[in-house]
Design a protein around this ligand. Structure first.
Ligand code: SF4
Length: 696
């Protein structure tokens, strides 16, 4: 039995792997894990089905005769040498910036991709979450509180109130905030408030459900701030000693009344007031936020508005509230200083979206629409190569048809993954990745705050599969990149140094915890310019962004695009999580697919009646970008004007190379065009316009 930690999703569940004859035969939850305490979700429990799946990629593949030929098995030596040669050709001909690196969300190799990009000398790497998910919350927390905060689900003091905002953690179990811990907190008596256009699994367990119109969350937050201040519900001692800009904020929200927000959000005035009163007066309280607040073209100010609520109520770094991290590990050595200054300036989108690609960015990266435009058009300079590690951009990036056109223009596409995917089918080389049961890593949880350190350890070897980090290191050596002699082992030892233990010791212990220190800001203040929480952000002012949070109507909404509204009368949302799948993965895993065999669209009975749609009918959903088909799930648990489509769908069982990627892929409907969020360059993924019809 080998102790490790599952990372099918962003991870955090301690796992015990049973191995026989170099084969994973069973995975169970580790009862000693301080976060999951023996629990695993249905994906984790099905790990043996994934690890041993007959369709796993097991050897490197090369497509003969450019894009049109058949797949040929080749050796690692051959694959790595040929890829390095083609990278070198692009690098010497067009510059390193013409090679981009991409990845999916929250993988074990996440930081290694950043390191590889810096060593290679390209400023152009991406991951969808940098503008659309999680990273805006981290960046705003850093600007506002001087550090990221996480919910204190694992301490001795349970929260008395939890405000879930754009988040369904009972299903998504994100970033180390596991659904089981949320369930425990609610069962211990925490009062739940859910802000979500759907009455999600989490919202169903809450006292209050605020069915907000997608994309209008900032208005709701500003009205809650207004209520908390005007009704004198804020934490006076905390606000006076530990925040700056209260007077300016108070003046700023004077007209943001609950009645004003009710008009915009569709949430009743009394419900807004009740939520504000409940959150402000029930302590300690957690504000558990999710990506629902980030996927709009006003993401910076939306996250900022919500972040102010924690400060006004003093729920920061208190037991049972939202806590600053212990950061037990050394920061991952990303080799940021290896990237020449000239290259930093060339980062696509960095000049415009300073919190995504500029010096104040959490992890400076390229703007995805600008990068993919450069692939298609060569403007402002050509991008000719793309290496994707654990990502399926045809399914997971907005406006899939445009992504397809962009990928077709590349001279070199390399995809590293567990299975063949529609994106991998377009590649020149496909490399077989290691599954989490085949992976060595050190990982701090909850992500970013690193209050505990887990050991992920390799239990088996499958075929010729290799860990993504190994692949990057091998390419680095062939390209003679700086620090290419250092490997993962050295990096893990470096990360563990502050704990005074070696990787071998961590393997024995499995997980390291330290007693959490609360109220850390009392030692040296918050790590901001003013040493206080910045309700009025001096950092944003210097960057020429509004220093106080503002509301902006979504760029494609019933109000902003009245011209489209007659043809597309409903509001589209997407991206809600499912227990069985992580984004576009696991559709080939039979026990999981059996539980969720086809793509579903959730719609209200009013919409269904209007279009003669019944439960399980196939329906066509259409947006200004295109149409897809899904089965109808008619439910009262959604706003009557909202349609929620599942994302990530393709059909591995279909033999054609696109594996049905155009049939039910939510990103056929979404838009990656401007206007973008001025800080992060975020495009609007929720709250766009659509219509629906029964398939005839
Ligand atoms: S919640 Fe994530 S980490 Fe936990 S078992 Fe499921 S997939 Fe694995």
């Amino acid at each position: 039995m080998i102790r490790s930690v599952c990372r099918i999703c962003h991870g955090g569940c301690g796992a015990l792997i049973t191995v026989r004859d170099n084969k994973v035969i069973k995975v169970t939850g580790d009862p000693q894990s301080p976060m999951s305490k023996g629990w695993m979700c249905v994906k984790g429990m099905n790990s043996p089905h994934i690890a041993n799946h007959p369709d796993r990629l097991r050897t490197p593949l090369h497509r003969s005769n450019n894009k049109s030929g058949s797949w040929q098995k080749i050796s690692w030596e051959d694959a790595l040498t040929r890829i390095a040669e083609r990278m070198e050709k692009i690098r010497s001909g067009s510059g390193p910036e013409s090679i981009a690196l991409g990845q999916g969300t929250g993988r074990h190799h996440y930081m290694h991709v950043v390191r590889f990009a810096n060593a290679l000398g390209t400023p152009n790497w991406y991951e969808p979450g940098l503008a659309q998910c999680f990273i805006p919350r981290i960046s705003v927390s850093n600007l506002t509180y001087g550090g990221f905060v996480t919910a204190d689900y694992y301490g001795d003091t349970p929260p008395k109130c939890i405000l879930f905002w754009g988040h369904n953690p009972l299903v998504s179990s994100p970033d180390g905030e596991l659904g089981i811990a949320v369930k425990r907190a609610l069962e211990q008596g925490a009062i739940g408030i859910a802000v979500d256009p759907r009455r999600s699994e989490t919202a169903k367990r809450c006292k209050l459900w605020l069915p907000v119109r997608p994309g209008t969350d900032a208005a709701l937050a500003l009205a809650m701030i207004h209520t908390i201040i005007s009704e004198d519900l804020y934490d006076h001692p905390f606000v006076e000693h530990w925040t700056s800009g209260f007077t300016e904020l108070k003046e700023h929200v004077r007209d943001c009344t609950p009645a004003w927000a009710a008009e915009l959000t569709g949430v009743e005035t009394t419900a807004i007031q009740e939520a504000a009163r409940l959150y402000a007066s029930t302590k300690p309280a957690i504000l558990d936020w999710g990506l629902g607040i980030e996927q709009n073209s006003n993401s910076l100010q939306t996250v900022r508005a919500i972040a102010c609520l924690r400060a006004l109520t003093g729920n920061i770094d208190v037991p049972g509230g939202d806590i600053l991290g212990m950061n037990l590990l050394n920061p991952f050595p990303t080799l940021a200083n290896q990237l020449p200054k000239g290259m930093i300036k060339k980062r696509l989108g960095a000049e415009k979206y300073k919190l995504l690609g500029g010096w104040r960015a959490f992890m400076p990266s390229a703007h995805i629409p600008t990068l993919f435009q450069a692939m298609r058009t060569g403007d402002p300079y050509p991008v000719k190569g793309l290496l994707v590690f654990g990502g399926n951009p045809l399914a997971t990036l907005a406006n899939s048809r445009q992504i397809y056109e962009s990928l077709q223009c590349l001279d070199l596409l390399v995809v590293t993954d567990l299975f063949m995917t529609p994106t991998a089918e377009m590649a020149d080389f496909v490399l077989p990745a290691a599954f989490w049961t085949e992976t060595d890593q050190v990982i701090g949880y909850p992500l970013v705050v690193e209050n505990m350190v887990y050991c992920q350890q390799k239990a088996v070897q499958t075929g010729e599969c290799r860990q993504d980090e190994w692949i990057m290191d091998q390419l680095s050596r062939r390209l003679k990149l700086p620090h290419c002699e250092e490997g993962l082992e050295e990096i893990m030892e470096y990360q563990l140094a502050p704990l005074g233990i070696s990787r071998q010791e961590l393997k024995k212990q499995g997980v390291i915890t330290r007693a959490h220190r609360y109220y850390k800001y009392k030692e040296k203040g918050f790590r901001t310019f003013t040493k206080k929480i910045e309700l009025f952000s001096k950092a944003l002012k210097r960057l020429k962004y509004p220093p106080l949070p503002t509301y902006q109507e979504p760029s494609e909404s019933p109000l902003s695009r009245a011209d489209l509204h007659e043809q597309y009368p409903y509001i589209l949302t997407t991206g809600s999580r499912r227990r069985e799948f992580f984004h576009s993965e696991q559709r080939q895993v039979a026990p999981l697919r059996k539980m969720r065999p086809y793509p579903l669209v959730e719609l209200h009975p009013d919409i269904a009646a209007r279009h003669d749609i019944e439960k399980n009918d196939w329906v066509i959903i259409t947006s200004p970008r295109g149409s897809i088909r899904m089965k109808a799930l008619v439910t009262e648990d959604i706003r009557p004007d909202v349609i929620n489509v599942e994302h990530g769908w393709w059909f591995p069982e279909r033999p054609e190379p696109d594996h049905g990627i155009w049939d039910s892929n939510a990103n056929v409907l979404t838009n990656n065009g401007p206007p973008y969020d001025p800080g992060f360059g975020t495009y609007q993924l929720r709250g766009m316009l659509c219509t629906v019809a029964k398939e005839r």
